[in-house]
Design a protein around this ligand. Sequence first.
Ligand SMILES: NC(=O)c1ccc[n+]([C@@H]2O[C@H](COP(=O)([O-])OP(=O)(O)OC[C@H]3O[C@@H](n4cnc5c(N)ncnc54)[C@H](O)[C@@H]3O)[C@@H](O)[C@H]2O)c1
Length: 328
Amino acid sequence: MVPGEISVGIVGLGLMGSSIATCMLIAGHPVVGLEPLEEELALGENRIQAHLKIAWEKNLISEKPDFYLQNLLVTSDYSELRDTHIIIENVKEDIAIKKVVFTKIDAVVSTDALITSNTSAIPISELQEFVSNPSRFFGLHWMEPAHTTRFLEVICGDKSDIELANYLYNMAALWGKEAVLVKKDIRGFIANRLMYAMYREAMFLVEEEYASVEDVDRACRNVAGYFLPMVGVFRWMDLTGVGAYRTVMKDLFPLLNNATVPGKLINKIVDEGGNGVFNGKGFYEYTEEERKLWQEAYTKFTYEIREIALKYPHDVVKKQIDKENEQI
Ligand SMILES: NC(=O)c1ccc[n+]([C@@H]2O[C@H](COP(=O)([O-])OP(=O)(O)OC[C@H]3O[C@@H](n4cnc5c(N)ncnc54)[C@H](O)[C@@H]3O)[C@@H](O)[C@H]2O)c1
């Protein structure tokens, strides 16, 4: 796998598309960034440039941004995708829009290209019906900002070829990811199923006035936030004693929230037009200055947490044992 020989098409240069394009450029791929809405083209390109600038300032990359930008073509013309080998779609989460976009992609790419979607929740088995070769279609689910985060789910639909999924899974290491292979399509994939179980319980606790938004966040940051960058839920239970978890599960599982619709807390915010830091109204209220500072602080944090997480890869103990054996 030589990234320079594998051209990648990024379709949709919004929030996620521009950070995924940045990730691909850093990995050494030639990138065609296709923004379907011409009026959004310049914004997408600016975002990629800004990501590379910060990545350079934070020592994430070894060359100046211009070095990577030589490999980028930004366009609204689908025919520019004709020589790309891997396509990563990132348009609005709307199946009708995605259908139109996949039909256009399918009409121009070669029959051996791999087509992928960064959908958050639309089943891959449904999306793969929009292309002529469904066995070459996969979900590639990223986490924002994709050039610093380590998360990537490679998701198979019912008709996906598992060998090709493994090819993407292995390639993810070149993109700086610790990939997760989702062998069978399931709604919400892996990470969102885990996270939404937590969002639901968090909202229930506030709606029923057991605790404030601030205190639920504080509990989450100082429990899950403390161990999750190093170990997942299973290793955490191993590290702290499995038996006690089963005892608590017996008592607690029947009492956890299992609502099937969004609750009054989030409904009120969204119905009143709130969208978090993007417009200053979310679970918290933000002044203009606070909005900006939260976004900046989060960007800074993503680089710092990345440094720590890189010191503790999933196979940290195996690496240590191998090293000790080499020294004997
Ligand atoms: N934001 C996240 O953290 C995140 C994480 C994982 C997956 N995703 C998924 O990635 C995809 C993109 O999300 P985003 O957050 O980058 O959104 P965004 O709003 O920042 O970008 C949306 C993109 O869709 C394009 N678009 C909008 N209307 C269109 C139309 N009618 N035809 C063609 N293109 C159109 C926009 O021009 C833009 O490029 C979604 O499927 C989303 O669910 C987002």
